[in-house]
Ligand binder design. Structure first.
Ligand SMILES: [Cu+2]
Length: 67
């Protein structure tokens, strides 16, 4: 996911298992409850490449590239 610095980013996640979503760098987390959409919103004001992962499954969800 590539965005320009200053963009408002809205991330919505729906999972089939309980987990915790974590966007590194911005250090934002989302609790994931099965079958329920969870949303977080942030202003991408720090440039760089940030990994988003699920803590319990260890899955890498995407990378946020802010430039
Ligand atoms: Cu993490």
């Amino acid at each position: 996911m590539k965005v320009r610095r200053g963009t408002t980013v809205r991330i919505t996640i729906t999972g089939d298992a309980a987990d915790e979503f974590h966007l590194h760098g911005y250090d934002r987390t989302l609790k994931i409850t099965p079958g329920r959409a969870a949303t977080l919103e942030l202003v991408a004001d720090t440039p760089g490449v940030f990994e988003a992962e699920l803590h319990h499954s260890g899955a890498r969800v995407f990378e946020l590239q802010v430039s």
